[in-house]
Design a binder for this molecule. Structure first.
Ligand SMILES: [Zn+2]
Length: 209
């Protein structure tokens, strides 16, 4: 299947696309393409937020989010990022929560990963009656807790396919909904340091919660 580029979806969502071009994109959405569908939902969220915050000023968080999304889009010409594969160091499925680790209401499962100088805290939540689980996480620097992990792109991949994408907020936290897939991994590209955190969820997700 041929997908449409992010900039085209952005025009589509903003309603600044000629009607004759819209049809092709509309038909593509009707074919229930998941990656494009999630792109459109994200752009709609960003666009709606920007609208309600007042047309004269784009909120800082929205601006950062948009920049993070487009940083990836423009990556093609840049040198490849150094991949840092994360190591699972804690999994709530196998052991009780250690003292000091927060626990959450509708938690399904929680895990902590190390990747180079960074740590990634992940938890999988599933609301009663909801089909899609929600992956909630936080990226932090282990060596320098003051290091900014804000507004980084976060991409959920299955093989070469993008399943879902978002960006971290001002505290390095992120959240995304997705349909279960095989060989999922969470990628956090960091242009500033030339590194990319990669968390393979294979071992974590294959065990049934
Ligand atoms: Zn598509």
């Amino acid at each position: 299947m041929t997908h449409f580029e992010d900039v085209r979806w952005l025009d589509f969502v903003r309603g600044v696309m000629p009607e004759e071009n819209r049809t092709a994109l509309q038909n593509h959405l009707r074919s229930e393409c998941k990656p494009c569908g999630s792109t459109v939902r994200l752009f709609e969220k960003v666009y709606t937020t920007a609208q309600t915050e007042g047309a004269s000023q784009v909120p800082e968080a929205v601006e950062h989010l948009a920049t993070a999304i487009f940083a990836q889009y423009n990556r093609k010409s840049l040198p490849p990022l150094r991949r840092m594969l994360a190591k699972l160091i804690f999994d709530s499925f196998h052991q009780p929560l250690p003292a000091g680790m927060r626990s959450y209401g509708n938690i399904t499962r929680q895990a902590l990963y190390d990747a180079g100088d960074y740590s990634v805290d992940l938890r999988m939540e599933q609301e009663r009656g909801s089909v899609s689980p929600v992956l909630v996480g936080q990226v932090a620097s282990r060596t320098d807790p003051s290091q900014e992990m804000a507004y980084l792109p976060v991409v959920l991949m299955s093989g070469r396919q993008i399943v879902s994408r978002t960006a971290t907020n001002g505290f390095g936290e992120f959240q995304m909904e997705f349909r279960s897939k095989n060989s999922l991994r969470v990628c956090v590209p960091m242009e500033k340091t030339g590194e990319q955190i990669e968390v393979n969820l294979k071992d974590w997700l294959t065990v049934k919660c």
